[in-house]
Design a protein around this ligand. Structure first.
Ligand code: GLN
Length: 177
């Protein structure tokens, strides 16, 4: 059976992820409810606003089910706000904002500062033959990584793409490029 990749569609840049996955011939489904989540084999958590997504995860009833699927080993890829939601520690978050602690990293929200709110750059990704063009939009900055985390790409010495087991996170927006 063909795997179905869910795209968390509560808020933010989910449409671009669906298009990028569809372009790769991957079957996708929007995830807004616990029953949507039950029907997918993997999940993409897009960029957007992590504070809003945290709130919508709770009001939709998805938070606890997603936490359980993450503990069960469901493959997940979080970009930008999605990275913030998957991190163990979040700096400069709103006090009521929650995260799943699925990857052992500390991220600082909007950590690249105001002047460079958004920027584009080429990064070297381990295993890629050519540089990857990465778009950063009010991106979180990874300020600490645990020993179990594999850093797959860095920019100016700061991890921007990282993997731990079934959890992968990017501080940039690969779906745009
Ligand atoms: N700054 C946003 C947040 O804190 C993330 C930005 C993005 O996802 N492009 O959630």
């Amino acid at each position: 059976m063909k795997a179905c990749v869910g795209v968390l569609a509560l808020q933010g840049a989910f449409a671009a992820h669906e298009q990028a996955l569809a372009g790769l011939g991957v079957e996708t489904a929007q995830v807004r409810t616990p029953s949507d989540l039950a029907g997918v084999d993997a999940l993409v958590m897009p960029g957007g606003e992590s504070t809003t997504m945290s709130r919508l995860l709770e009001t939709s009833g998805l938070f606890d089910d997603l936490k359980a699927r993450l503990s069960d080993g469901m493959p997940v890829f979080g970009t930008c706000a999605g990275m913030i939601l998957l991190a163990t520690d979040v700096l400069d978050g709103r006090p009521d904002q929650r995260s799943f602690g699925a990857i052992d990293i500390t991220v600082q929200r909007n950590g690249y500062g105001r002047q460079v709110d958004s920027f584009e750059t080429d990064i070297d990704v381990a295993g890629f033959a050519t540089p990857f063009h990465a778009v950063f939009i009010r991106a979180p900055k990874v300020v600490a990584v645990g020993t179990g985390v594999n850093v797959v790409a860095s920019h100016d010495g700061v991890p921007v793409l990282a993997l731990q087991g079934h959890v992968m996170v990017a501080s940039f927006h690969p779906e745009l490029t």
